[in-house]
Ligand binder design. Structure first.
Ligand SMILES: [Zn+2]
Length: 421
């Protein structure tokens, strides 16, 4: 204490030595730089209001309250903005019809949870989500605890997720994000979405955020938060601008190539570096940290890791078809793509995939380039996706000098990709 007391006058004296004008300039500069620092920092706002309101519905369903009570609570919950945003996402015209779900379909589904027959209306999204709601109704206290835990998490931990996502983006984006923590209307665990008004949104489906012990998994949440922030940072935007993507014809080979590789790049980057995913060719980027994945994700991952060569050969075959054939039946191609690369593949393989192969394959491509040449070269690849097959080949040769042969892209394919314009 005496030391503190002694310090103060000295500081005041120093201040007095300054004339008034430089001091005023100094203060203005300080305020300006603080404001600038705030502007540059991406900001986030967490919203739990709809989750708290839907929690009341779940508890009422648990208690088997009167239908009128449930209906009233449900209508209260659905008024929150989180559901408006989720509805916009799940009815986005970019989504296939069979992957859409509306708020009114969801409302009907929720009300039916109090009866004997759950009304999924043959909607795939509602069918996926049904067991999760049934579990929540059986054990509402798990989810009540989850809400409390996430609300009491210090914001510095969320900042770490931001920093991680920004570190793996080639350009620092200007982001202002709304994070909606909600009991969601479709089956996704988390999503990043830009609403029509241009706002950046991240949705977290609480139903998917518990670990095997039924506890809220903070590590998982922070990894996924970084993953979604990375998507909002649009790592592909520089490339799309450079190739003037919007002016390319539907049948342009460069467009077909870009559409094909972008999911590998965006999901691969986010999954590898934000979720810390291990690969077959490269280890986790942060060996001391966990791979932030749900137990279902982990199952998919181990399954895919064993198939790396097959998956790689499939990518080569697809690229040949897209770039080397005289004509392409795009509808057919897209259908086959869905059945192999996305979570829909599970339907044909008797599995229940939560992540598709493209997440996994992307981490192998991005992981090899980063481990072999570092982040700057990886960013070069992001700025021109035509460099990726070549960089991957060079990387595999460097990392696996004795057994790289089966992992290479064929030379003629590399040339085809490099000559795209
Ligand atoms: Zn993703």
């Amino acid at each position: 204490m005496p030391l503190e007391a002694g310090k103060k006058p000295e500081m005041v004296q120093k201040g007095r030595k300054m004339t008034r004008l430089p001091l005023a300039i100094f203060v203005i500069l300080m305020i300006f730089s603080v404001l600038l620092a705030f502007q540059k920092q991406p900001s986030t706002e967490f919203d739990y209001k709809s989750a708290e309101a839907m929690m009341k519905v779940i508890q009422a369903l648990h208690r088997q309250d009167e239908e009128e009570v449930i209906q009233k609570l449900l209508d209260e919950a659905l008024k929150f903005e989180a559901y408006e945003v989720s509805h916009e996402r799940y009815t986005d015209p970019e989504r296939s019809k069979e992957n859409q779900v509306t708020l009114s379909q969801f409302r009907r589904f929720m009300l039916s949870l109090s009866g004997d027959q759950v009304d999924t209306q043959d909607n795939r999204r509602l069918m996926i989500t049904q067991p999760f709601y049934e579990d929540a109704i059986k054990n509402p206290e798990k989810f009540q605890k989850a809400i409390q835990k996430i609300q009491s998490t210090p914001s510095s931990q969320f900042q770490d997720s931001f920093d991680l996502a920004l570190y793996w983006l080639p350009e620092k984006p200007d982001l202002n994000i709304h994070v909606w923590v909600l009991f969601d209307i479709g089956g996704s665990g988390a999503w990043a979405f830009r609403t029509k008004d241009g706002a950046h949104n991240i949705g977290f489906n609480l139903l998917h955020m518990l670990n095997d012990k039924g506890e809220f998994d903070l590590e998982l949440f922070l990894g996924i938060l970084a993953h979604e922030i990375h998507h909002l940072g649009e790592p592909q935007s520089h490339y799309l601008e450079a190739i003037n993507y919007d002016s390319l014809r539907e049948t342009s080979r460069l467009r077909l190539y870009s559409d094909y590789v972008i999911p590998f790049v965006t999901e691969g980057m986010a999954q590898k570096f934000c979720n810390n995913a291990p690969g077959t060719l490269t280890p986790k980027p942060y060996p001391e940290k966990v791979f932030s994945a749900t137990s279902l994700n982990l199952k998919d991952w181990t399954y895919f890791q064993k198939q790396f060569i097959d998956i790689h050969n499939r990518a080569i075959k697809d690229l040949r078809q897209l770039l080397g054939s005289t004509s392409i039946d795009k509808t057919r191609f897209d259908e086959e793509y869905g059945k192999y690369w996305t979570w829909r593949a599970g339907e044909f393989e008797g599995k229940n995939f939560t992540l598709g192969r493209r997440y996994y394959y992307g981490t192998e491509l991005m992981g090899v380039i980063n481990d072999a040449f570092g982040r700057d070269v990886l960013f070069e690849g992001l700025k021109d996706l035509r460099k990726i097959p070549l960089l991957f080949n060079e990387g595999v040769k460097k990392l696996h000098p004795k057994d790289f042969e089966p992992y290479l892209f064929p030379e003629d394919l590399i040339t085809l990709v490099q000559e795209l314009y």
